[in-house]
Design a protein around this ligand. Structure first.
Ligand code: NAD
Length: 494
């Protein structure tokens, strides 16, 4: 459905400048990183590339604020008041935040407005409301002895974010860390820095003490690594690729044995059994599952594993849904399909598709790019058949709108194909047989299983996080808040 009033002129959107440290914009004469509009490849603006000394300045500000303000020592309810005001301000600035997200990322304005911004506010509010409700263990270890467990914030948490959902990822990383009483130094992706900076501004307007939430811009291998390695950063919360997650884990181990939360890549299956309640609904789950945000979603369902007898009608229905998908400027409210983030990302997808074809895969729908989109790379939704577990597009995360198709003949074979040697982020299971769904749920090694649906819809209490090389720990849920605190055991004799 179109929302015409959301159309806007991208050249009119003001861009934040600099880093955000100690409650204010901080400009430096560091080298600048050029940021492009993914929608049409035009140069959007610049952000400074933080050196290790700027990271040190941000961490010192954060530590100072954490030690001297009342943020860590006040009650969770008092912190919740500030976080709730922050969420309200995010909602009040919904249009300008959606526009900023749209010009500087792959998010269409209609989705940024109806999903990303409200979800960001809701996640912050969720952690604000949860923070005073966590209990702990208390035990009478002997008649004259009592033990209990109490939770404390870490101090400064380093957060490192990817480019695919800049606003909402920021709220997933910072919501629990701040609600638990920590200070945060966050590095957004160098490709999508602007909306996160604006969130930091709004946090100050909400009454957060200056220095509690800081944003530094820069490249991963330098700025990002300086955050992980900083001696006063006590924990690192990362979302991004498996390869970077491994580098961060190794850095965190070598520089203070710090704990990490890692939300990493995926290659998630959509397992479709023969008996379905509603084939059209399943087809919608499959089509949306790999095309949302141009396929650039960690939880994208990119491997269709379908029972042989239902493959043809299901693929027909999926293709009917894919056919009308069209590109468009992200600032038009009718646009729903996203471009790839960059030419570099396009090259990677192209070469994985080529390698897959060389190993026998066949493009049965789509392939290549939509034309007449300027310098924007809108990859066509693409189906690849004749694949095996060894095909590159089955083995590796492409991070684009490409679905591989494999068929099976019995439950055992389907469940076996759904497993992946490397990843275990999530899986979709579609069947009208609840016993079959639960057998598959038990046996697929993945952090989230969706049964007869695919994707999140604001269920904040249900966490997300991967098995295997898809990650360590959880975002959202009670688990994310608990992981933002360290637990101290107290034993008293009396
Ligand atoms: P990326 O790993 O390339 O970069 C992520 C962030 O890490 C960026 O800010 C980058 O600058 C930084 N970085 C890079 N090298 C670093 C280093 N050595 N030390 C510290 N920081 C470093 O990922 P991306 O391309 O921005 O995002 C796409 C990836 O993110 C995909 O693999 C996707 O599956 C994953 N992702 C996972 C989730 C999840 O919840 N599991 C959510 C969104 C995205």
């Amino acid at each position: 459905m179109s929302t015409p009033s959301l159309d806007f002129d991208p050249s009119t959107v003001p861009l934040p400048q600099g880093h955000f440290i100690g409650g204010a914009y901080h400009s430096t004469n560091e080298p600048q990183i050029a940021v492009y509009r993914p929608s049409d490849g035009q140069l959007l603006g610049y952000v400074p590339d933080a050196s290790a000394s700027t990271v040190d300045y941000a961490v010192s500000n954060a530590l100072h604020a954490w030690k001297t303000s009342s943020w860590a020592t006040q009650s969770p309810r008092e912190r919740a008041r500030v976080l709730t005001r922050w969420a309200e301000l995010i909602e009040r600035n919904k249009v300008s935040l959606a526009q900023l997200e749209t010009v500087s990322s792959t998010r269409p304005v209609a989705e940024a407005y109806s999903f990303d911004v409200p979800f960001t506010a809701d996640a912050i509010r969720f952690f604000a409301e949860l923070a005073d409700k966590l209990g702990g263990d208390v035990a009478a270890t002997r008649r004259d002895s009592l033990g209990f467990v109490t939770a404390e914030p870490y101090g400064v948490i380093g957060a490192i974010a990817p480019w695919n959902f800049p606003l909402s990822t920021c709220s997933w990383k910072c919501g629990p860390a701040l609600a638990a009483g920590n200070a945060v130094v966050l590095k957004p992706s160098e490709m999508t820095p602007f909306s996160t900076l604006r969130l930091a501004e709004l946090a100050i307007e909400a009454g957060m003490p200056p220095g509690i939430f800081n944003v530094v811009n820069g490249h991963g291998a330098t700025t990002g690594a300086a955050i992980t390695r900083h001696p006063d950063v006590s924990k690192v919360s990362f979302t991004g690729s498996t390869r970077t997650g491994a580098a961060i884990m190794s850095d965190a181990a070598l520089h203070g044995t710090k704990p990490v939360t890692l939300e990493l890549g995926g290659k998630s299956p959509q397992l479709v059994f023969e008996r379905l309640t509603n084939l059209e609904h399943t087809a919608r789950c499959i089509a949306r599952g790999f095309t949302t945000n141009g396929g650039q979603v960690c939880v994208a369902g990119t491997r269709l594993i379908v029972h042989k007898r239902i493959a043809e009608p299901l693929l027909d229905a999926v293709q009917r849904l894919l056919t009308p998908i069209a590109p468009g400027p992200l600032w038009h409210s009718t646009t729903r399909y996203s471009p790839l983030i960059s030419r570099g990302q396009a090259k990677r997808i192209d070469s994985l598709i080529e390698e897959s074809r060389a190993s026998g895969a066949e493009v049965i729908f789509g392939g290549g790019y939509f034309e007449d989109t300027g310098d924007g790379c809108f990859h066509r939704p693409t189906l690849l058949a004749n694949v095996t577990e060894a095909t590159p597009a089955v083995r590796e995360e492409l991070f684009g709108p490409v679905l591989t198709v494999q068929t099976f003949e019995d439950e055992e074979e389907g469940i076996a194909l759904a497993g992946h040697p490397t990843y275990g982020l999530c899986a979709g299971v579609h069947t009208s047989d609840i016993g079959q769904a639960l057998r598959a749920m038990r046996r697929i090694a993945a952090g989230t299983i969706w049964i007869n649906r695919y994707g999140r819809s604001g269920d904040m209490i249900i966490p997300t996080g991967g098995f295997k090389q898809s990650g360590i720990g959880k975002d959202l849920g009670r688990q994310a808040l608990e992981a933002s605190m360290r637990h101290k055991s107290v034993l008293i004799d009396f």
